[in-house]
Design a protein around this ligand. Structure first.
Ligand code: SF4
Ligand code: SF4
Length: 88
């Protein structure tokens, strides 16, 4: 079954340039979804762009869109939105 067809209460919005690379989101994800603090078990990845100090946020296909990572991001780099109208 294609997970993307599941009804989701919200979508994830990523404001550009806000990620500090702290990795709190990866730890929160692994804890709430797998019961352990493990960067490798998180369903998203934070990676540094080759040039500069900016970071890229990538969600893996296994992400369930639960939103815990957004709840625990201290920099507002991941935001939950209910509809596209709330983004703009
Ligand atoms: S998205 Fe938020 S919690 Fe995750 S690394 Fe960036 S600043 Fe930290
Ligand atoms: S939305 Fe949930 S499953 Fe997806 S990366 Fe964030 S915490 Fe993990």
């Amino acid at each position: 079954m294609n997970k993307s067809t599941k009804a989701k209460p919200f979508t994830i919005f990523l404001p550009s340039d806000k990620c500090s690379g702290c990795l709190t989101c990866q730890l929160a994800c692994s804890y709430f979804t797998e019961g352990v603090f493990s960067l490798s078990k998180a369903k998203l990845r934070i990676s540094r762009y080759e040039e500069g100090s900016r970071f890229m946020i990538t969600f893996l296909p296994s992400c369930t869109n639960c939103g815990f990572c957004a709840d625990y991001c201290p920099w507002g780099a991941i935001i939950k939105v209910k509809s596209k109208k709330e983004v703009g």
